[in-house]
Design a protein around this ligand. Structure first.
Ligand SMILES: [Zn+2]
Length: 141
């Protein structure tokens, strides 16, 4: 497969389709990555290039957010389930503070994933807020 450079989303990849970019779905921006035309289409399309990149990044961030949130809740549930198992306790008749040690690992790992998810949400919000300011700058300049 030949290598192509997309002037809209500024990605170099291999494809047989020389008409439509499979990453940003735009036509007419694909060129040979070694040719002098392989430059970002920022002069002609000031607003499109950053938007396409932002969409790809937002999708990746959103996917990481879902994975971290689901994984975090799953690990915390697993930890709580382990703590509640009578067979795993040192004394099945009584619940002692030592029994918390069994589940503390998964719970801590789950909390860590939830913290990562929390910061991913904040980054997603920050990127969404930054899009209009980028547009304003390119319009005024
Ligand atoms: Zn593209």
């Amino acid at each position: 497969m030949p290598q192509v450079y997309c002037r809209y989303c500024e990605q170099t990849y291999q494809t047989d389709d020389m008409e439509k970019c499979s990453l940003c779905r735009k036509t007419g921006g694909l060129v040979d990555p070694l040719s002098p035309d392989a430059v970002p289409m920022k002069v002609e399309q000031p607003s499109n290039a950053p938007q396409a990149g932002d969409v790809v990044r937002s999708v990746l961030l959103a996917r990481r957010l879902v994975l971290c949130a689901v994984g975090g809740f799953f690990l915390i549930a697993l930890g709580i389930w382990l703590v509640l198992q009578p067979e795993l306790r040192s004394n099945p008749q009584r619940f002692s503070i030592n029994d918390l040690g069994i589940g503390i690992g998964p719970i801590l790992a789950g909390l860590f994933l939830l913290i990562v998810a929390f910061f991913t949400v904040r980054r997603l919000r920050a990127e969404k807020d930054s899009v209009p300011t980028v547009d304003q700058k390119s319009k005024t300049s």
